[in-house]
Design a protein around this ligand. Structure first.
Ligand SMILES: [Zn+2]
Ligand SMILES: [Zn+2]
Length: 460
């Protein structure tokens, strides 16, 4: 019997246990500390999904539990810039962290760079995405999420798949808001279509395309979380060093401009302490032949590197090319005028094209290699014309899609009915690749068809 003696653990007796339950589930962010990290807006969409509430309800709940100052807080926090470096976004993030117990959520935004980057043109106003990336997530049964880097301006091609990012739904052609109160990563906010659908119409891009370089450099912003971001002072010192080297190549400051294609005024503004625009830094790195991450994490002694970098970068060739032309100034003027004519012709041809696709102004800017403000300044009327054309085209497309869907609803009802199955709205919806129950017009078609077939309504 002695063998079966019961052992008593006195430590189990009266120890008080502390549990700290959080109000929301501790959802882990996807791929933190990688180029592929998800955005805060994507995280919030998933967080709402697992609680079976809408993103709108979740946002209200977070704001109620935050120290974000009263209205119009929504306008500033919950905007297309939610993944950026807006004021008070840190208070908002604190509130999510307290509610979920999940830390490091600031790394789902660009907040890390608030001391060095300007907010101007940092983020896009509507969503863009790589269809191939989305398709891969779905095919591999991974959680569908949206990458933070897709939000950054000038990240226009996917460096993994070498394709341009998409900005409109392949089905109904609508643009997608960064924060959508009804939510749903990877699906169209208007018609519910899957935004992947990659194979049909991708244009592959050469690896040497400058846009690929821009995208690659930008995606480094989200790695190296263990390294601290350089200070504004150090960044200015770096710019000064570059400037000095530039002067050595050419005594004339204006000439440096011509060689590098970066406006002197812009350069001066940054030297004087204005926050730097990300794209300026990316372009400068390309010209100097240095990695963006070396600048923003201050990881190499740039001063020692510069002479060698400049030598390797074919600057001398560029200089000779310009000099051959002689009167560089006139040459540049002429070149600009020529481009303007060309741009005008392109715009007119877009307006007159019979191709039934809306073309966003952003895509036009990328295609013509011109900034949106410049385009606005020179061609306000043509741009208005293009916007009107886009609206007209997408309206026609929407009605085409609606008609096809109506027909599909009718044929589904008749098929089910002929098999002896009661075609309830829910049953019919199961057969369809789109929503029926929340679409009034389609629901109306469903009712009318049932009536025509003489089927009486049953409760679903
Ligand atoms: Zn991709
Ligand atoms: Zn759509």
């Amino acid at each position: 019997m002695g063998k079966y003696k019961v052992k008593v653990y006195d430590s189990l007796l009266l120890k008080e246990i502390q549990l700290n339950p959080t109000k929301l589930y501790k959802l882990r962010p996807i791929r933190l500390n990688t180029k592929e990290v998800e955005s805060l807006s994507s995280y919030l969409t998933r967080l709402a999904e697992i609680h079976c509430i809408t993103v709108g309800t979740l946002l209200d709940f977070i704001l109620q539990n935050s120290f974000v100052p009263a209205d119009p807080r929504r306008k500033y926090i919950i905007s297309s810039k939610i993944n950026g470096i807006n004021n008070n976004i840190d208070l908002f993030i604190n509130a999510i962290e307290n509610l979920t117990g999940q830390t490091n959520l600031a790394d789902l935004t660009l907040l890390r760079y608030k001391n060095i980057f300007s907010n101007v043109n940092l983020l896009k106003n509507t969503k863009t995405w790589c269809s191939a990336c989305l398709d891969e997530m779905r095919n591999n049964n991974h959680s569908i999420y949206e990458k933070l880097v897709w939000n950054v301006n000038h990240f226009n091609v996917c460096p993994i798949h070498l394709v341009e990012l998409e900005s409109i739904c392949p089905d109904c052609k609508s643009e997608q808001k960064i924060v959508n109160y009804k939510g749903g990563n990877g699906y169209c906010q208007q018609c519910g279509s899957w935004l992947g659908n990659f194979v049909e119409k991708c244009t592959t891009i050469s690896e040497n395309d400058e846009r690929v370089y821009h995208s690659q450099q930008i995606s480094y912003l989200f790695t190296n979380l263990n390294m601290s971001v350089t200070s504004k002072e150090k960044l200015i010192m770096y710019l000064e060093e570059v400037d000095e080297k530039l002067l050595k190549i050419s005594r004339n400051k204006e000439k440096c401009n011509e060689i590098f294609g970066i406006a002197r005024n812009t350069f001066n503004r940054f030297l004087a302490g204005s926050s730097v625009q990300l794209i300026f830094l990316v372009k400068l790195c390309l010209l100097v032949g240095i990695e963006l991450q070396d600048v923003i994490f201050n990881s190499i002694e740039i001063k020692n590197k510069l002479p060698e970098l400049f030598r390797n970068n074919n600057l001398k060739n560029k200089k000779v090319e310009k000099r051959k032309v002689g009167k560089t100034y006139i040459f540049n003027k002429l070149k600009t005028r020529l481009n303007i004519e060309k741009i005008k012709m392109e715009l007119v041809s877009i307006i007159n094209s019979i191709n039934q696709e809306p073309i966003s102004i952003r895509k036009i800017c990328v295609k013509l290699n011109v900034s949106q403000p410049t385009l606005m300044r020179y061609f306000p009327d043509l741009l208005e014309e293009i916007k009107r054309r886009n609206k007209k085209v997408s309206k026609e497309q929407k009605s085409d899609i609606l008609n096809t869907r109506k027909e599909l609803v009718i044929s589904t009802i008749t098929t089910l009915y002929s098999k002896g199955i009661y075609p309830s709205s829910r049953r019919v919806e199961d057969e369809l690749p789109f929503h029926l129950i929340y679409e009034n017009e389609l629901l109306q078609v469903w009712r009318e068809t049932l009536k025509e077939l003489g089927i009486s309504y049953k409760q679903n």
